[in-house]
Design a protein around this ligand. Structure first.
Ligand code: CAA
Length: 257
């Protein structure tokens, strides 16, 4: 039997998914992406999990789509494979997802990280959209999410001329939350996930929804949406508990209700 394409473990209300296709720099086959997305969706529906981490290994996060497979594909086969749509499914996960990136995050690998909510980078992380070298462009969100994150000009250089960013550059340009030593990048991501997973579940869910709405809407529509979610939280037990605990100078007990 072949090795699983995604290795999973759950600890302290955090699901950890490790991409596991080391023979091809963690190239993202449709099977790997499907396994990943199925795992994350199951965790999204599991009340015992509050946050998730996606990682690769210390040398590579993911080098993008599997070029060997893709080189033989027709347009219609690409369409029917459903590979790219899996990135859209990932964006519908309601619980926070942290990408813990060491080594290469290229092509679909970077697009996978961009579909997450927080990116922790190891010092050796390198980010790029090298599709132009293959005669194509990013197709799983790279042009759109990078432009919204980095702005037009740097994105153009990355998409049109395979400009790659070091971890330090990625942090400077706002592509990652922080850069940490290779030895601790996964621990750092897991610790952050544990902290978020221990917070008020409904507020975390609506907070993610509200921030993501900023990328889909005008400012006034976004403000109105935020306000509705804010008012909604006053209907939760966790809001009463959180405010009471603050006033009573004790830790709150969240029930996710
Ligand atoms: N798909 C399939 N195989 C890959 C791969 C990929 N994305 N990336 C690397 N490999 C394979 C190489 O073919 C090579 O295989 P062999 O040992 O059988 O020859 C092996 O991994 C090692 O690669 P290199 O010899 O190139 O190793 P390196 O250390 O010199 O460079 C690298 C490593 C920087 C990751 C380099 O391989 C690279 O730049 N890869 C680019 C991959 C790429 O173009 N990704 C974008 C794909 S398109 C896409 O992602 C679109 C999408 O999802 C929507």
């Amino acid at each position: 039997m072949s090795d699983p394409l995604v290795l999973t473990e759950v600890r302290d209300r955090v699901g950890l998914a490790r991409l596991n296709n080391p023979r091809a720099y963690n190239a993202l086959s449709p099977d790997l992406m499907r396994t990943l997305v199925d795992t994350l969706r199951a965790w999204d529906a599991d009340d015992n999990i509050g946050a998730m981490v996606i990682t690769g290994n210390e040398k590579v996060f993911a080098a993008g789509a599997d070029v060997k497979t893709m080189s033989q594909a027709s347009a219609v086969e690409m369409l029917y494979s459903g590979y790219i749509e899996l990135f859209d499914v990932l964006a519908t996960i309601r619980k926070p997802i942290i990408a813990a990136v060491a080594g290469w995050a290229l092509g679909g690998g970077l697009e996978l990280a961009l579909a997450c909510d927080i990116i922790i980078a190891a010092e050796n992380a390198k980010f790029g959209q090298p599709e132009i070298n293959l005669g194509i462009i990013p197709g799983a969100g790279g042009t759109q999410r990078l432009a919204r994150t980095l702005g037009k000009y740097l994105t153009m250089e990355m998409v049109l001329n395979d400009r790659r960013l070091s971890a330090e550059e990625a942090a400077r340009f706002g592509l990652v939350n922080r850069v940490v030593p290779v030895e601790s990048y996964l621990d750092e991501a897991l610790a952050l996930a544990r902290q978020i997973a221990a917070r008020a579940p409904v507020a975390v869910r609506l907070g993610k929804e509200a921030v993501n709405y900023a990328f889909e809407s005008t400012l006034s529509a976004g403000l109105a949406h935020e306000r509705r979610l804010f008012y909604l939280l006053f209907a939760t037990e966790d809001q009463s508990e959180g405010m009471r605990a603050f006033l009573e100078k004790r830790e709150p007990t969240w029930r996710g209700q």
